[in-house]
Design a protein around this ligand. Structure first.
Ligand SMILES: Nc1ncnc2c1ncn2[C@@H]1O[C@H](COP(=O)(O)OP(=O)(O)OP(=O)(O)O)[C@@H](O)[C@H]1O
Ligand SMILES: [Mg+2]
Length: 238
């Protein structure tokens, strides 16, 4: 579903990602850890094809197709979908309007809006004036309506209260139970790991990817206990 081969990415002429190799098969869930500024958001924005994230070397393959040079909407049509760390506000477009555009099945829209407590937000402009947690639920709502096959989730639970993490976790777990769906999930808090069945994790430090394929819960415990500095030292020795 996603393959990154020897990927190098620059932002504003600054090399951010260095020689990234990563593979997520259909049905696979990969958890991405890493300290602030290590390049996690850059990685998923480069996969999605946002302007300013320049691939200087390597390949991005989505759903079996090389997407280097393709636009964001072409990548979305291949099945990629993003949940932003900092979701944009879209003035002049109501959440209900984008929902109909993305899905067209009113029953599904209503059911999901209810599940994610967004019924009263449908007539408001997308994310405009939404609280932090509401914005994250609205992001998940749109992604599920899009029906994306490759979910790129940038800190889905950050700023979300415990009860709502549980609601979002349940929606996500149900969505990912479909073995055609796969996900790359960035987390700092690790809360989301209690709700999804992720078998592999990886670690991004200073733009380089390490420890691919380790159990994400074990990795998170190690990071909590020892910190990212320990990871840096460990890699220095390897
Ligand atoms: N549009 C941009 N313009 C300039 N620098 C950028 C831009 N996007 C990312 N960077 C820089 O690239 C580096 C990686 O940023 P990125 O947002 O990918 O980090 P991150 O791992 O997601 O961090 P966090 O955990 O804080 O979200 C940072 O030094 C950041 O300042
Ligand atoms: Mg980030």
């Amino acid at each position: 579903m996603l393959e990154l081969k020897n990927l190098f990415v620059e932002v504003e002429n600054k090399p951010v990602l260095k020689n990234i190799n990563l593979s997520i098969s259909s049905g696979g869930i990969m958890v991405l850890f890493g300290p602030n500024g290590s390049g996690k958001s850059t990685l998923i924005k480069a996969v999605m094809g946002f302007e300013g994230y320049k691939v200087t070397k390597g390949e991005i393959i989505v759903n079996g197709k090389k997407v280097n040079g393709l636009s964001v909407d072409e990548r979305a049509k291949l099945g990629a979908g993003i949940m932003f760390q900092h979701p944009p506000k879209v003035r002049g477009v109501k959440l209900a309007q984008i929902s109909e555009y993305l899905c067209g099945d009113n029953n599904k829209i209503e059911r999901l809006a209810k599940e994610l407590s967004l019924e009263e937000h449908l007539e408001r402009d997308i994310n405009s004036g939404f609280s932090g947690g509401e914005m994250k639920r609205s992001e998940l709502f749109q992604l599920a309506l899009q029906g994306a096959d490759l979910l790129l989730l940038d800190e889905p639970e950050s700023g979300v209260d415990i009860e709502n993490i549980s609601i979002m976790g349940a929606v996500l777990n149900k969505y990912l139970a479909d073995k055609r769906k796969s996900a790359l999930i960035i987390t700092h808090t690790g809360y989301i790991l209690d709700y999804i069945k992720a078998k592999s994790g990886c670690l991004l430090i200073d733009g380089e990817l390490w420890c691919s394929g380790k159990n994400p819960k074990d990795m998170f415990e190690e990071i909590k206990e020892e910190g990212y500095e320990h990871c840096r030292e460990c890699h220095g020795k390897n």
